[in-house]
Design a protein around this ligand. Sequence first.
Ligand code: PAF
Length: 302
Amino acid sequence: MAPSQPMIAQPWTVVGEGAIGLLAAAHLHQAGYPVQLHRRSAGSFAFTLRSMDAVVSLSLPNTVHSPYCFILLPVKAYAVAEAVQQLQPLLAAKAQLVLSHNGMGTVEQVLPLLQPEQGLWFLSTSHGAYKPDRSTVLHSGLGQSVLGALNKAALLQQHNVEAAMQAALGPLQLQTDIWPSLWQKLAVNAVINPLTALHQCKNGELASSNYSAAIKLLIEEFVQVATLSGQNFSVGALHHRVNQVIEQTADNYSSMQQDFAKGRPSELDYITGFLLRQAAQHQLQLPAHQAIYQLLSQKSPR
Ligand code: PAF
């Protein structure tokens, strides 16, 4: 057997100071990767990560290594394209960029912004994390992640990106086609998030019979548009999955509920809006999704 190669831990840049990004950054740091944060304020960022079995305090520097070669961009969907545009002058010619957010529609925006040898990836995770205050990250739910390459330039760096993302947000499954996983996540988000945002309730309240008719319609319409988009869904299986997530996250407020509650921009255009755009391409009407989109659009900035 050939002697195993010593693994060189490449420096990673994590964009922003959101809970999932800091969780990933802390795990990368613990695994021996040099990690820096790219964020608006200068100086290093000190925070404490509280997980089920440990409390770790660390301080990560701002942008020491440049150009950036490996970048995790766990920012909300609506902020992705602008973030990539701003980062581009700082990126190496063969930089590898990993997107991670709810919703769909950003990949089409980002691919034309990249240089020919820059790789694009998507990581979808079920790890739960939030920040009870600015400098504390609570790893509230152990999850797993899927990772997929979105262009040819990504495949050249597969080993490095996969190993780092395994350390950051594992257990990780590398998928040759990430799209079915992204549609699966979208399906759950397209039902739970707009309903909880509209009714300003916890996920668990959707189990009440008051919401059964709306959930049924949203699921049926989702399956129609997903099928026309080449994705394989059944109404029964999706219903089961949505009920499962409602039960498992009963005590949580969804990300969209929180965005509307705090008057922040939301991912509506990348969840329900994405579905409506897909449907329009197939001359399909989605009256339930359209109605919820209109109601929420009137409530707050998107
Ligand atoms: O967006 C969210 O909040 C989550 O993806 C989910 C699964 C709906 C749970 O709250």
